[in-house]
Design a protein around this ligand. Sequence first.
Ligand code: 3PG
Length: 399
Amino acid sequence: MKFLDQIDLKGKKLLIRVDYNVPLKDSVIQDDNRIRASVPTLHYAIAHEAAVIICSHLGRPKGTRVAELSLAPAAKSLSEILQTQVRMASDCIGPEVAAQAAAIQPGQLLMLENLRFHAEEEQNDPAFSQHLAELADVYVNDAFAVAHRTHASVVGVTSYANVCCAGFLVKKERQYLGDALENPERPYVAISGGAKVSTKLGVLNHLLDKADALIIGGAMANTFLFAQGFAVGKSRVEKDLAEDARSILEKADSKGVALHLPVDFVLGESPDCQTAAGTCNTGNIPDDLMVLDVGPKSLTRFEQVLKPARTVMWNGPLGVFENRAFANGSQSIAKSVASLSDAVTIVGGGETGALIHMLDLAADFSFVSTGGGSFLRFLEGNKLPAFDALDNWDNRSSG
Ligand code: 3PG
């Protein structure tokens, strides 16, 4: 894979694929971290006298033009961050866009409209890919968060672009996540939370091949408790995955990986109830209540496990952190990991990254991934389609 700093950019037109799939409320961006994460690549391109065409998806409009999913607010936000004008194109392909792209000059930026307004984007359509590639001299992928999707602007475009490379965000994501998986400093402690075992089976299995200890929290832990024969009350549980949970426990055992489940729980009547209904230990969850957070004894244990860690990889919250009554587990773990100044600490997976930014702890982590699904696919040990596409281009061009 080539990176941006290996390419001569002077006077060139770049098509930079970013991931500006950011949360919006009434056209106001609620979290601009993905936009900020693209700034080093954009600064570099402008400083090296390239003309920059930015493209991204936003939401899932499924091939139709949805006004609320326009990238105009992202263009405005980027313009404020860079303190320079970011022009907004009317679409992402077509004669008008081609003319706008042809007209931009070195140092200028043009943002294309939401790629997913065209169904061809998600279909990885060859003609659509070619239209995108023809807007520029160089294609730059700096969209780690969508690197797991085989879409036109991620994969197809690399078959038609003259030159392809990755931007600095992709470089950083690959470096931090790759090192943690392949060459971690030990002890290596992984924390996995979130609601469903079903979406994390591959991640858990892969982490058991790599980590020294694995902490499991969130509603996911309920399935493990159920699999061990403990009462789980009204808790969210995936009963059909009990067998998978048991084989994960067995794998941990046979590999000598210390697997830590919560030993006590904060209970409630429903995920949106105002107050907690108390705490209890494993085996004592009443029939009419559900587990909504890990309890204080679990947190003390988890902190002990984390203390000697030299690498920590965290995905998924430990409780319903959006509800203040059940946020303590996730917030406490966030603070514990943030305080490990001698360890490489990495967090990702959408919700968890958002939590770290919300707590203003990002600077205390070694790296906060911008990836949600792509972060999980990477943790499963899979090569991401975007990386494959860039490597294939490299092989073709040097072969
Ligand atoms: C994300 O937010 O995880 C990425 O932007 C990918 O979005 P998608 O799941 O809609 O493909």
